[in-house]
Ligand binder design. Structure first.
Ligand code: PEP
Length: 231
């Protein structure tokens, strides 16, 4: 059965990749695959201006106030963003954002009409201890009911070049599906143009959150091509 996949490009703390705004840019919206880009805050405006479906990498749940250096969900929405990442493992690790805070972010995003992509996933130690499902279940149970997109990103697979195996991905996604049957489930963790086919074709994978490979237009084009063939 054809899929309708969502492919999200997380550019992290990097400039928008060369070619992001050309007429044949692989980051442009399409009818067969949903494509959304997550630039730094500095590049939001130019991505929106170039006609890309654009999201923020982070947003504060409060609409405004004394929070130096931060930006709110409401501000992202006002400037034309359609989505926001919540709970990325780099935010959880380096900024100590916990499940309760991520839940607040997701709810605030939903309240202003943004599509939150809630990121969850276990560390290597947690998987070695056989606790990956327990961790993921705890992260999921903290999320508001209204969340419609969940990215399963095993922390040990992010930026390491070591993607989870198709068996590990399908096993976890099927588990998440039992708990959140109506959410779209993205896989994230060293997905690239070479492994995209075997991961995106899995029954319970509805798309991908792509970091490193989304920074090279040629690699991202390859991923989008694979996704388009599955849709
Ligand atoms: C990410 O940061 O969400 C991610 C999946 O990164 P990478 O693709 O580089 O592993």
């Amino acid at each position: 059965m054809p899929k309708h996949l969502l492919i999200a490009a997380n550019w992290k703390m990097n400039p928008a990749p060369a070619g992001f705004d050309t007429p044949d840019s692989p980051y442009r919206p399409r009818t067969d695959v949903d494509v959304v880009v997550f630039p730094t805050f500095l590049d939001l405006e130019k991505c929106i201006g170039a006609g890309l479906v654009t999201g923020g990498q982070w947003g504060d749940p409060k609409p405004s106030g004394a929070a130096t250096g931060d930006i709110s969900m409401a501000m992202l929405k006002d400037m034309g963003c359609s989505s926001v990442l919540c709970g990325h493992s780099e935010r959880r690790k380096y900024h100590h954002e916990d499940n309760a805070f991520v839940a607040e972010q997701v709810q605030a995003a939903l309240d202003v009409g943004l599509m939150p992509i809630a990121c969850i996933g276990e560390t290597e130690e947690e998987r070695s201890a056989g606790k990956e499902k327990e961790i993921v279940q705890r992260q999921l149970s903290a999320l508001p009911d209204g969340v419609t997109v969940i990215a399963y990103e095993p922390v040990w697979a992010i930026g390491t070049g070591k993607n989870a195996t198709p068996e590990q991905v399908e096993n976890m996604h099927a588990f998440i599906r039992t708990l959140r049957p109506s959410a779209r489930l993205l896989y994230g963790g060293s997905l690239n143009e070479k492994n995209a086919q075997e991961l995106l074709a899995l029954r319970d994978v509805d798309g991908a959150l792509v970091g490193g490979a989304s920074l090279k237009a040629a690699s991202f084009r390859g991923i989008i091509g694979v996704a388009g063939d599955l849709c």
